[in-house]
Design a protein around this ligand. Structure first.
Ligand code: MG
Ligand code: ZN
Length: 360
């Protein structure tokens, strides 16, 4: 009798488990996004966004997101992160030491979400307005103990079979190298399509690298709408039946705050805002797209002061020229966006995204 009861309970339990498993699977499959677009404003927290809002006539892109949260940014080694450890935490889900790219704190290379998505059959791309080899974009593709090893990082980009589209600066790290290797020629012989501008790019091509400057790209006043245009190009190039992952960085928000330059900051924020609008437009037309906007850390200890109280101008005050431990916001739009609410660690961004996008 006891034996029968045990067997009966086991059967019931198995049924319950299999039903709940198959239910949650089918639910997840229908809700899971096919395309993932991650936008990182380097050095951007609430003050930078608020400064942008105060200078815009119409509502900013940030106000279009139904879900917001906050992110803790400390690294393994420091209360205040740099962009290498911050980028690595978001890209790989591992807290690491400042200065390290794509490695955990024990200097072991760990896979990035870009690499994992590529293995799942999705197309992948990275866009920055800095060197493409700079810490934030590098965290998604390269593995290096030191973010300043730009030429080694460029070689990781050239040798990666996980990334399909690269747009940014830093051409010198590819073709003016100490080892005299021309990585652009090597990539071309490997099937990459190389351009030095956004003009006349064959967007039907499979592998595209656009290095638009020897150095960082110039600031917004010189480069104009490069970032929203590059993002639009990337969305057209990457869209495919298996989905894609794209990381877009507003790299120079951080530069402006290091420079304590209000005009530079407002321009970079407005450029990032325009870029987010391009992505939101795509997400509205392609409802299987999850859009996440966040940052690696705050830069500048920015506050907004208006001593004349007339609101005639926005006075920005940078309390320092370096990074701070402020929380940074996260914004989410699209399928399963509601997971990105509350206060989370930067490594949770990786975990939440990887967990969602496993439908391939
Ligand atoms: Mg950066
Ligand atoms: Zn910085």
């Amino acid at each position: 009798m006891k034996k029968h009861l045990t067997l009966f309970l086991l059967i019931i339990l198995t049924c319950l488990l299999s039903t709940s498993c198959s239910n949650s699977k089918s639910n997840n499959t229908t809700n899971k996004p096919k395309n993932i677009i991650l936008l990182i404003g380097d050095g951007m927290s609430i003050p930078q966004i608020c400064a942008s809002m105060l200078t815009q006539e119409s509502p900013t892109s940030f106000e279009q997101f139904p879900v917001t949260g906050l992110v803790k940014t400390h690294s393994k080694s420091h209360r205040i992160t740099d962009s290498a450890a911050g980028g690595t935490a978001i890209a790989t889900g591992h807290k690491t030491n400042n200065g390290m790219i794509g490695m955990n704190a024990d200097s072991i290379a760990v896979p990035s979400m870009l690499e994992i998505f590529s293995d799942r059959g999705m197309k992948t791309g990275v866009i920055a307005t800095s060197y493409i080899t700079h810490a934030t974009p590098a965290s998604f593709v390269a593995k290096n103990i030191n973010r300043n090893n730009y030429e080694e990082i460029a070689a990781d980009f050239a040798n990666s079979d996980k990334v399909d589209l690269l747009i940014g600066g830093g051409r010198n790290h590819f073709n003016k190298r100490k080892d005299n290797v021309n990585l652009i020629e090597k990539m071309q012989s490997d099937g990459w399509n190389y351009y030095d501008t956004l003009i006349n790019v064959d967007i039907s091509a499979n592998k595209i690298i656009i290095l638009a400057d020897n150095d960082h790209l110039p600031s917004y006043s010189m480069r104009g709408n490069f970032l929203p245009e590059a993002t639009s190009l990337a969305l057209r190039n990457l869209k495919n039946k298996n989905g894609f992952f794209l990381m877009v960085e507003g790299s120079q928000i951080d530069f402006a705050c290091h420079d304590k330059d209000s005009t530079y900051l407002i321009n970079e924020m407005n450029d990032f805002n325009n870029t987010i609008n391009v992505v939101l437009e795509f997400a509205e037309e392609n409802p299987n797209t999850l859009v996440i906007v966040t940052a690696d850390h705050e830069t500048g200890g920015l506050t907004i002061v208006d001593p004349d109280e007339n609101y005639t101008k926005t006075n920005l005050h940078f309390s320092n020229g370096s990074h701070t431990p402020l929380l940074v916001p996260i914004f989410a739009f699209g399928p399963e966006a509601n997971r990105f609410t509350g206060i989370m660690d930067n490594t949770d961004i990786f975990k939440k995204i990887i967990d969602l996008a496993n439908n391939i």
